[in-house]
Design a protein around this ligand. Structure first.
Ligand SMILES: NC(=O)c1ccc[n+]([C@@H]2O[C@H](COP(=O)([O-])OP(=O)(O)OC[C@H]3O[C@@H](n4cnc5c(N)ncnc54)[C@H](OP(=O)(O)O)[C@@H]3O)[C@@H](O)[C@H]2O)c1
Length: 334
């Protein structure tokens, strides 16, 4: 008999998430039928999209969605034998009986067999997983960055942003990042960012962006929205490209923020602004993860994790990630 613990969304978020939005429950998992697999979570990821897309993707009473790194404990599916490691779209639950595919696509994805023993598997949820792929595709597929170009990235010390900066350096670009503490700014410089500033303490965002790159920016990797987006637009070069990845400064709004209509600058500088979802390039994931693993082995990619111990602390870890506590990818170790 295997007992699963799970976090359920009890009440939809209003503003910033609270402990009372969630409830911890338990259930006995069912016996396996043909084609079923029983997975046990080892690491969980908490990500901003869990706040941003909650009302769109979830009903009250659903298990909170999300990805986990898990081990196959029992299997009636020969493609996922006992003992193999998988990324599992099973949500915030410790044990799950599932098929490998669902109506919306794969639920289980095996970790690439080439995964080196000296690289922690938790990175499959971070730098070498969804956030790393987001950085790569935003730069290669949306911005189409070229050597010598100048790239700006916001939320730069986070899971996506830190990878954006380092991939820019691999590609021979100049990169400028913004983050919310001086400690994060120092970390960005350690990672090789050419310029970095604390967006919370600079007297003027516009001036900080101009000082960091007086000639302007070819590309902006947008993670935050709000006044930062307006300041970034005003500092783009003609023909600049903006990859709209996220808008975390708006996720907890109960009423929409107002901003100046930016048409003049978009038109006169002929800017391209393109939203994207990492899943658009799912068919490239395996090759892309191998490419990033190689960069990591060569010492070109560094990474930090903020690890919270204990499944019971998932909700706290989720809220701390949204607030920007700690440097690096937020991970929960069961
Ligand atoms: N389009 C896609 O497919 C896709 C995929 C993954 C992620 N995303 C988006 O990418 C962005 C970064 O995600 P991540 O996983 O790398 O998260 P993260 O950066 O690791 O964590 C979120 C960070 O956002 C910053 N932040 C919080 N509130 C803010 C505010 N009001 N203004 C500015 N910054 C704020 C905090 O850093 P500071 O201390 O620096 O403020 C915090 O550390 C998010 O917007 C996310 O939704 C999109």
């Amino acid at each position: 008999m295997v007992k699963a613990k799970m976090w359920v969304l009890k009440k939809h978020f209003e503003g910033f998430p609270k402990e009372s939005n969630f409830e911890l429950r338990e259930e006995i998992v069912p016996e396996l039928k043909d084609g079923d697999v029983l997975v046990e979570a080892i690491y969980f990821s908490v990500d901003p999209y869990m706040r941003a897309l909650s009302r769109m993707w979830m009903n009250e009473g659903d298990v909170q969605y999300g990805t986990q790194l898990a081990k196959v404990l029992k299997s009636k599916d020969p493609e996922f034998p006992e003992g193999c490691y998988v990324l599992a779209e099973c949500g915030w639950r410790t044990h799950t009986v599932t098929k490998s595919k669902g109506p919306n696509g794969p639920i289980l994805t095996q970790i690439v067999p080439e995964w080196p023993k000296d690289i922690p598997m938790s990175l499959a949820l971070g730098s070498l997983g969804m956030p790393g792929l987001t950085a790569l595709y935003g730069l290669e597929e949306v911005c189409k960055v070229q050597p010598g170009e100048t790239v700006l990235v916001s939320a730069a010390a986070g899971a996506v942003g830190a990878m954006v900066g380092q991939i820019c350096k691999i590609k021979g670009c100049k990169v400028v990042g913004s983050a919310g503490t001086d400690e994060k700014v120092a970390y960005l410089k350690e990672l090789g960012f050419d310029q970095a500033f604390n967006y919370k303490t600079v007297p003027s965002l516009d001036e900080a962006l101009r000082n960091a790159s007086p000639e302007g920016y070819d590309c902006y990797f947008e993670n935050v929205a709000g006044p930062f987006f307006t300041a970034a637009l005003n500092n783009m070069k003609s023909g600049g490209r903006i990859a709209v990845c996220g808008g975390i400064a708006t996720y907890n709004d109960t009423t929409p923020q107002m901003c100046p209509y930016p048409h003049h600058v978009i038109i006169t500088r002929q800017l391209k602004i393109e939203g994207f979802m990492v899943a658009q390039w799912k068919h490239k994931d395996e090759e892309s993860v191998k490419r990033m693993l190689q960069w990591m082995k060569e010492g070109k990619l560094k990474t930090k994790e903020v690890v919270t111990a204990g499944f019971e602390n998932m909700t706290t870890a989720f809220m701390r990630m949204l607030k920007g506590d700690g440097i690096g990818k937020a991970i929960i170790k069961v």
